[in-house]
Design a protein around this ligand. Structure first.
Ligand SMILES: [Zn+2]
Length: 741
């Protein structure tokens, strides 16, 4: 009995609920497939509008959509965002008291909720799957299972979670309920795994490009000055910053050092207690503090859209993880920077971590796991040392080919010149050859000291000042020699011992270099311009000034409601506001990112700020209608009115399970007005749950009368069905019948 909304309305809903005027690439096709009860596999990178692909169909379809989400922070953030858009969403998780849980469950069963977020463990628990879920199915019905972060189902992903595997039971228990799998990251292998593990049936697959054009990627070599370089980047960044470190200890150190140097930074790592951790997380997402230093554990559940800089102060363990972590920058599609500091000592640290992967019982090395980890590390090294476009390297990892010349990575912007260093290589290698003739092994630093003729005691004691290679490398600085040594090792022209000591050893290729049968080229690390932080197009001073005021107002409102500022309006919407300076309802509502709910909640405050600003600056505020908003006079159905915002407000409340009288009361409208809204919505194919308004046998009886008589008259039908049936009931069924006709 529930007509599915005709597809022509998707845009109306999009504007009403989410404030956007049009869909982004691929979203519409996904939504259509979801509305047609197909299984769906969606791969949209971070910031590409992935959540909307299941949230909108969930609102349009009758019944409840269950969203599986692995992390508490993630589900809370999404629910909060939905709630500010006036959408009936909730979550069940361990942070709730039993009483709260019971209340939320009751609301679900009463049909007041459209989206329910749960963790897989809860969904699969006996209590939930054997007791609660069947009740939901019997009362409101389950419209779909949306599996977010679906890559967690695959061992080949970087974030495997065994409990995701068990989600396959959903298919056997609810064979007719569609499954929508969504992820922001998955290689081809992982995609195939998702389809197989979740038993998707002929899914509609949408893979968006993994390219995030608004991100600037760069790799910087670690030097003595790395900390200062990093700090100056942080200071220049014009927005929130995340700094990732490999260990808790490093996190603490770096955060403390930044604070000492006057940068307000807070730590985040698994060693902190839950309370401190979530407090720091909140301070960051609410813009109370701009810089967070964290282990990679941070950010999994964070949807903060306006991060402008992500720094990997230590080397990441694999490319997929790096893509995700760096991808926390610029989710609002505005320019952001991702910097990775690359040092050879990090490789040692990660190799050490890999070597610790042993069977907890037998203590034997987990060879397979170690092998995969080593291979992943190799890719990170290749990425870091690549001379070609960073995007080409990254995207190839996701099976996507990219032509290069992106102009927004360091290698495209500042191509590294390759220079011949054959003579230097020969000097360096022959010095090592001299050591090994004496059966000795030394590391890079010692070798450089000998080449540069150091008078260090150790060298004199070893009588290495007597070697023919002593002092032959004075013409190059220690840093230049280090660069050459590093390149020789990475090119495989020299070996570094793997037994834990970083001593150098010759191999076959080293001898080719020595004999002169192989030339050596080294990518020269130039002192590159460090001000790579790209800022959004700067507007004139007046716009910037208003933007600052609007941001302050946003922060004030956010603090009042204890929500992150971005939940109220995104930076992009605020910028539009500052540029267009709307002072009328219709203009304000036309801004991208302003939906009906946000209009009614915040429109007045922001228009007030804009008006004040314009007055202060001697600008016209003609046409301003700031002040109490008028109730829109309902349109009569007879005029074949169009569905407008007021109708959709009624629809929203209806979908939350409110009865007609409750809607009338809440909206301060007459009952008849609400009725006419529902009638119009039904006639236009919106998802009005007729069964809740007219009992099934009555609607069947009324429908039969319409079908038999083909009359469009309320009174005529009333005569047939009898006086116990109300005109309202007949009107509603007539609207449905008209639609079907
Ligand atoms: Zn590039």
């Amino acid at each position: 009995m529930n007509p599915i909304a005709a597809d022509t309305h998707y845009e109306t809903y999009l504007k009403h609920y989410f404030g956007y005027d049009s869909f982004r690439f691929g979203q519409r096709d996904i939504i259509e497939s979801a509305m047609n009860d197909r299984d769906v596999l969606v791969l949209i990178p971070t910031g590409g509008g992935k959540s909307l692909c299941f949230q909108l169909p969930a609102l349009l379809k009758p019944g409840l959509t269950i969203v599986v989400s692995p992390l508490i922070a993630l589900m809370q953030d999404q629910v909060q965002q939905l709630e500010t858009n006036g959408i009936a969403a909730t979550y069940l998780n361990s942070t709730l008291s039993p009483q709260e849980s019971r209340e939320r469950s009751r609301n679900v069963l009463a049909g007041k909720i459209k989206l329910l977020y749960v963790a897989p463990e809860r969904l699969l628990s006996d209590e939930f799957s054997m007791d609660f879920l069947p009740q939901v199915q019997a009362s409101v019905g389950v419209s779909a299972f949306a599996i977010d972060e679906a890559h967690c189902v695959s061992e080949w992903g970087h974030d495997f979670r065994p409990e995701y595997r068990r989600l396959a039971t959903l298919r056997s228990q609810y064979p007719n309920v569609p499954i929508w799998a969504l992820t922001a990251t998955a290689t081809e292998r992982v995609r195939a795994d998702i389809v197989a593990q979740l038993q998707l049936r002929d899914p509609f697959i949408q893979v968006s490009s993994f390219n995030r054009p608004n991100l600037y990627y760069e790799v910087r070599a670690k030097t003595r000055n790395t900390y200062d370089d990093m700090r100056s980047q942080v200071e220049k960044a014009n927005g929130p910053v995340i700094i990732y470190c490999l260990s808790r200890k490093r996190v603490e150190e770096v955060a403390a050092k930044l604070v000492k140097d006057g940068v307000k930074a807070i730590p985040y790592h698994a060693g902190m207690n839950n309370e401190d951790r979530s407090r720091n997380q909140n301070r960051f997402i609410r813009d109370d503090v701009r810089v967070i230093v964290a282990t990679i554990a941070f950010g999994m559940g964070i949807n903060k859209p306006d991060v402008r800089l992500v720094i990997h102060y230590d080397l990441p363990k694999n490319i997929e993880g790096y893509y995700q972590e760096s991808g926390r920058a610029g989710r609002d599609s505005e320019p952001a920077v991702c910097t990775l500091y690359y040092g050879v000592s990090d490789i040692k640290t990660i190799e050490y971590i890999i070597a610790q992967k042993v069977d907890p019982v037998t203590g034997k090395p987990l060879e397979e796991e170690q092998r995969i980890a080593k291979q992943q590390l190799r890719r990170v090294i290749n990425y870091s040392e690549a001379l070609e476009c960073r995007r080409t390297v990254q995207l190839s990892y996701f099976g996507e080919s990219f032509a290069g010349n992106c102009e927004t990575c360091d290698n495209c912007r500042f191509p590294k010149p390759l220079e011949e260093r054959t003579i230097e290589a020969q000097k360096f290698i022959s010095c090592i050859a001299r050591f090994s003739q004496k059966g000795q092994n030394y590391g890079t630093k010692y070798t450089i000291d000998v080449l540069r003729g150091s008078k260090e005691k150790r060298i004199l004691v070893n009588r290495h000042d007597q070697l023919s290679t002593y002092g032959i490398g004075k013409d190059r600085s220690p840093d230049e020699w280090k660069m050459i040594a590093r390149s020789l090792i990475h090119q495989g022209l020299l070996d570094e011992a793997t037994d834990g000591y970083s001593v150098l050893q010759l191999n076959d290729l080293s001898w080719e270099v020595l004999k002169g049968s192989r030339k050596v080229f080294v990518a020269i690390e130039t002192q590159k311009e460090t001000t790579t932080v790209i800022s959004a197009d700067t507007d004139n001073a007046q716009v910037e000034e208003l933007l600052t005021k609007l941001k302050a107002l946003r922060k004030e409102l956010a603090d009042e409601q204890a929500v992150p500022p971005y939940i109220i309006f995104s930076n992009a919407t605020l910028r539009l506001m500052a540029q267009q300076q709307p002072v009328t309802r219709s203009k304000f509502l036309s801004l991208s990112g302003v939906g009906d709910r946000k209009m009614s909640q915040y429109g007045e405050a922001f228009m007030g700020e804009i008006t004040a600003f314009r007055e202060d600056n001697g600008l016209s505020v003609a046409g301003a209608t700031v002040g109490p908003t008028k109730t829109i006079t309902p349109l009569k159905t007879e005029t074949r009115a169009h569905v407008t915002a007021t109708h959709l407000d009624t629809l929203g409340l209806h979908q939350q399970g409110l009865r007609i009288d409750d809607i009338a009361e809440q909206r301060d409208l007459r009952r008849g007005t609400v009725m006419s809204h529902l009638e119009l919505l039904l006639e236009n194919g919106y998802t009005v749950e007729l069964d809740r308004l007219v009992s099934r046998d009555r609607s069947a009886q009324i429908l039969q009368a319409f079908n038999q008589t083909k009359l469009d008259s309320l009174t005529a039908i009333r005569e047939i069905v009898g006086e116990t049936v109300s005109f309202d009931e007949i009107r509603l069924v007539r609207a449905w019948w008209r639609r079907k006709k």
